[in-house]
Ligand binder design. Sequence first.
Ligand code: SF4
Length: 339
Amino acid sequence: MKPMLLDELYQILKNVRVDNPICQYTPQKCALLLPYINKIRALKEKNNALVLAHSYVHSDIIYGVADHSGDSYELAKIAKETDSSIILFAGVRFMAETAKILNPHKCVIDPNPNSSCTLADSITEEDVHRLREKYPHHTFVCYINTSAGIKALCDVCVTSSNVYTVVAKIPNDKIFFLPDRYMGENVKQYLQESKIDKQFLYYHGKCDVHEKYESAHIDLIKNNHPHTMVIAHPECKKEVVQKADMVGSTSQMMRYVQQHPHKDYLILTECGISSRIQIENPQANIVGTCMLCSFMRANSLPAIISALENPSPSQIIEIDKNILIRAKTCIDAMFSYGS
Ligand code: SF4
């Protein structure tokens, strides 16, 4: 990756106009960030490192240093195919773990000093053992937002981009889904509406960011902007999802906006995707508020530099071999459904 010029960086990032100053870029802010960006670009080349960035991290990471950005599913597929010897994952811990599970012989680095996720942390391995004893005939489906240890105890992994199709395709008519309660409610509703007859149970975890969206937000925006297209993530509540014009993962949202040249969009997910839409689809007008995930936003350019130069033991992903093999079986089951 060749060094970036200040004007090149600013011309990209100036398009972010969401209402949160944390997301916005001035020429002065770009000038402060540029030395970090160019240092990372040089380190990547020197170390043969690939940088993957989730769409919820800061735009300077996505447009300054990432080789690929997207949702968990897209990035998991790229991690599976890369030739790079080091994978640095700017996201949260379960994402870096997923990259390691798919590349056990590569060095996978998580630069994030606070890479928790309220959703992934809402269930423990003891909880899954207890549930499997209680529901021995159910297929256990876990969302990708789970630790390697939880994946190792489940049968099939899903992401927000494929959860509906994979659950529908699973041959067992008894399914236990974990950990997201709201996604569980949304999938159950989809199965009912599609007349797919399954006993579908789900756990009560939740994401603190997506939980904050209420259907009243949609009503308020629609009152002032009646032609607004509402796009929601399936981690939102059922009453929110039911009022949305489109429901999908962050990458599906990006594609939807590209294909539907409407003017006003209300995007009900972490604000990073609104920034990406403003940069990549400047014709779209984003209305509504900007909700941030503090865990994703803990990723920073200085943390990426120190992780590439001299990663601490806590930044290098290590997974017990037996857990890794079982978790990989769970993820491979997802890929086998071809979604
Ligand atoms: S937005 Fe929610 S689900 Fe995504 S990383 Fe943050 S806490 Fe976890």
